[in-house]
Design a protein around this ligand. Structure first.
Ligand code: FHN
Length: 430
């Protein structure tokens, strides 16, 4: 959306600011899980029998559902199948290092025990419990950072919240009143009552100028000094950069940043969606984002009963299995030290260049250009089996070993010296 594009533009101007020291864990994490879960998850993109396919969490807006009618959905929202340990186990099995879940999306419904607004899962739904407390505990118990997504400006339930121009006159709204009465008090609840948050994922900024946004950031950082705020807090602020939905930068960028993708056709759950990214697509997307120096946060959309989609469970587990034997080429790496090649992309770590072979050349030979250092070893990462290689000028040619999987064969090139430090110096800071 334009506000995100403007935000990213402003962010570019701030690119030279010293990076937040708290981003170390984030830059090493590489792989996060985004969860969109709300009343929309029960509707599955269908309203009054009409299927607004792909608009899971935007259904109220697409169908212009009056606030009073939409609020009734809460009375039937009862996710009895929700199990915090199962969700946290899935994240662990998938090789996920951080999780961000929607505490309140644009529909305005709080998925946690809020004293600020009764339009929440404890007060307004038969479920009557706070799933976020249990999930935060279960997630951290497995060594995974936990964070909240919060729609700080768009709130279609509130007369002064942004975005609902079908029940309310947008020109007559008092956005600051909304921030004072709901957005800021709810953020304070979330940043006070759920332990240390690795991330607060703001989204769709609006209604505040730069000074007011800075005040918001400062007041929230006073509650959570180490928490990383996404760049979608707006006005070029935030502790790390979130790119646009389904956007990966074309070339490597240093610093703390993240690409976000849905696992299927919608952020929020939609019925009869079968278009789930396969393990191969997830792994190749993860390798591609990591080769540019960033993190991939992949979204899953549980349904209104609290079930994770079966394909998300199956494919994320398979991704985790691949990471068990190839994770060294992802976690803790930075961008590759050579540009993308026809056969794939690279990531790097001290003394190592990891070749992510995404497309096997027909002649079975991987040409790695510009390796102007002393290569000591080349091996298949998953089983440490050495690979045959020869030097040709400044290139090395590696014979493709028998691959252990068809998702992405990782070859590790071990070397002494600094590979292409001139190239590294050319990489822009986020
Ligand atoms: O409007 C939201 C959308 O529903 C979803 O939450 C995405 C996730 O990045 N953020 C906004 C659109 O960019």
């Amino acid at each position: 959306s334009s506000s995100i594009a403007q935000d990213i533009e402003r962010w570019d101007k701030q690119a030279n600011e010293k990076e937040n020291p708290n981003t170390k864990w984030f830059k090493e994490a590489k792989f996060g899980m985004f969860i969109h879960w709300g009343l929309y998850s029960k509707l599955g993109g269908v309203w009054n029998g009409k299927d607004y396919y792909g608009s899971g969490e935007w259904l109220m807006h697409q169908a212009k559902v009056p606030v009073a009618d939409y609020a009734k959905v809460a009375k039937e929202f009862n996710p009895v199948k929700f199990n915090a340990d199962e969700w946290a186990d899935l994240a662990k099995d998938a090789g996920i290092k951080y999780m961000v879940i929607t505490a309140k999306h644009h529909e305005g419904f709080a998925m946690y025990d809020s004293k600020v607004s009764d339009f929440n899962i404890v007060k307004a739904s038969p479920y009557g419990k706070d799933p976020m407390k249990a999930l935060s505990v279960a997630t951290r118990k497995r060594g995974i950072e936990f964070g909240f997504y919060y729609s700080q400006f768009l709130d279609w339930h509130e007369p002064n919240g942004g975005g609902n121009n079908w029940d309310f006159d947008e020109t007559k709204k008092d956005y600051l009143k909304y921030y004072k009465e709901k957005s800021i008090p709810q953020l304070k609840e979330l940043l006070t009552n759920y332990g240390n948050l690795g991330i607060v994922w703001f989204d769709m900024p609006g209604g505040l100028d730069k000074k007011q946004t800075q005040e918001l950031v400062d007041s929230m950082h006073a509650l959570q000094p180490k928490s990383l705020f996404s760049s979608r807090v707006g006005q070029g602020l935030g502790d790390y950069r979130t790119f646009g939905d389904s956007e990966v930068p074309a070339t490597p960028i240093s610093g703390a940043w993240e690409s976000i993708y849905t696992h299927n056709d919608s952020w929020g759950y939609i019925t009869h969606d079968m278009n789930f990214k396969s393990p191969k697509e997830i792994i190749q997307l993860l390798a591609n984002v990591a080769s540019k120096g960033g993190n991939l946060m992949l979204n899953v959309g549980p349904d209104g009963e609290g079930n994770m989609p079966l394909y998300s469970i199956k494919y994320l587990r398979e991704t985790g299995k691949w990471l068990q034997t190839n994770g060294k080429s992802i976690y803790g790496t930075t961008y590759g030290l050579i540009p993308a090649q026809p056969w794939g992309v690279t990531t790097s770590a001290p003394g190592k260049l990891y070749l992510h072979v995404l497309n096997n050349p027909r002649n079975g030979k991987i040409r790695v250009p510009g390796v102007n250092v002393a290569v000591t070893k080349v091996f298949q990462l998953a089983n440490k089996q050495p690979a045959k290689w020869t030097k040709q000028g400044n290139d090395i040619i590696v014979d493709m070993p028998k691959s252990l999987n068809d998702h992405n064969t990782v070859l590790a090139v071990q070397f002494n010296g600094k590979l292409n430090d001139g190239y590294a110096a050319s990489i822009p800071q986020v």
